[in-house]
Design a protein around this ligand. Sequence first.
Ligand code: ATP
Length: 206
Amino acid sequence: MIGIYGGTFDPVHFGHLRTALEIREIFAATEMRLVPSARPPHREQPAVSVAMRVEMLHAALDGHPGLVVDTRELDRAGPSYMIDTLASIRSEVGAEEPLLLCIGCDAFLQLQSWHRWRQLFDHAHIVVITRPGWRHEALVPFYQGRLADAVETLQTTACGRLLFQQVTRLEISATRIREIIAEGKDPGFLLPDAVLAIIAEHRLYR
Ligand code: ATP
């Protein structure tokens, strides 16, 4: 199984990293690929260039061989649609390999606005990272037949299922980190020191 975790990572922080690590362990994935969005279709464009966001990701993942940066969205023109990314990874790994697309509950609430969202399930399973007390029942009818309640179900099939999974919740957001830096305050202990060093060196988010 290969996990896929997309985001702007502007900048990457411990909320992303801890989630990626725990999902890899829970699903016994061979690797988790963090996929920086070059041109996110659904939000303001990132504050920092994709090259710099990739550099921060590499620094953050150094020493964690199971977590890797996948830069394929840099090589495509136009909006960075996840469906294109999944299709591209699927074509490389073959039909049998389980693929696991990880999204936060905020992203899940928007899923039906994603480009060709139904076809995401033709290539991957989707795991939604939930928080305690988060209610998703209202959305479940859209996914009848896809809902799984066991990790094994996803490990033994290549794609097509949906699972809600809790991980250690760290209330960190990149938005707040950018605000802290812009206010001249210290974002220490919210993201790795190696990432902070890059931010300081290039005076990012000021
Ligand atoms: P921003 O504040 O700029 O929107 P963000 O911190 O939400 O950024 P993104 O790069 O937009 O980070 O998110 C990538 C993915 O990580 C999304 O699926 C999002 O739901 C998830 N995510 C964001 N913050 C956390 C967190 N603290 N814990 C777990 N997952 C998170």
